[in-house]
Design a binder for this molecule. Structure first.
Ligand SMILES: CC(C)(COP(=O)(O)OP(=O)(O)OC[C@H]1O[C@@H](n2cnc3c(N)ncnc32)[C@H](O)[C@@H]1OP(=O)(O)O)[C@@H](O)C(=O)NCCC(=O)NCCS
Length: 146
């Protein structure tokens, strides 16, 4: 990344506090306890990978990959989720580096494509995804069940 060394590693339950802060910045506030429980659940799942970006000992970014099977393809597909960079660390290549790491992991697991959904209001994120090689192909419809 620009002006600094960045480590990208698997998330750990001990990252719950930083992860909670990042999730709040993404619009999903939750307590540290709740996040810790969700992390433990995800860490036990083979299909899910959560990565964090760390610089100077501080967690500054988060991203998830969910690998799933589909009838449309022979190979599994990868869904990129929950990408968020700490506010003071945006615009220096951390997001690009995290997505590249997810892409490597998705390729390693044999995925034939990587996709994501993003809210219509997140114009900045749309510009970012296009800049790093994603193509806009559709809309997302959601029905809240709980
Ligand atoms: C969107 C987000 C993840 C991008 O991460 P980032 O670390 O700031 O982005 P990077 O510095 O890695 O940018 C990578 C490239 O995208 C470009 N880019 C980033 N944001 C952009 C924007 N708003 N408009 C146009 N280009 C943009 C950068 O200029 C850079 O291009 P370059 O490498 O060719 O110079 C980050 O800003 C963020 O966390 N936003 C709030 C949460 C969010 O919207 N998450 C996505 C939910 S779907």
């Amino acid at each position: 990344v620009r002006d600094g060394i960045l480590e990208i590693r698997r998330v750990e339950a001990a990252d719950a506090e930083s992860v909670a802060s990042l999730l709040a910045q993404l619009g999903y506030p939750a307590s540290v306890d709740e996040v810790e429980r969700r992390l433990e659940r995800l860490l036990a799942s083979e299909a899910d990978v959560q990565l964090v970006a760390v610089t100077d000992g501080e967690v500054v970014g988060l991203v998830g990959l969910q690998v799933g099977l589909a009838l449309e393809y022979d190979e599994p597909v990868g869904k990129l989720s929950e990408l968020v960079i700490e506010e003071g660390h945006r615009g220096r290549g951390v997001g690009r580096a995290l997505v590249a790491a997810v892409e490597r992991e998705a390729r390693r697991r044999g995925c034939c494509l990587l996709y994501l959904t993003t809210a219509a209001r997140r114009k900045d994120a749309h510009a970012f995804y296009e800049r790093i090689g994603f193509e806009e192909t559709g809309k997302r419809f959601v029905k809240t069940l709980a």
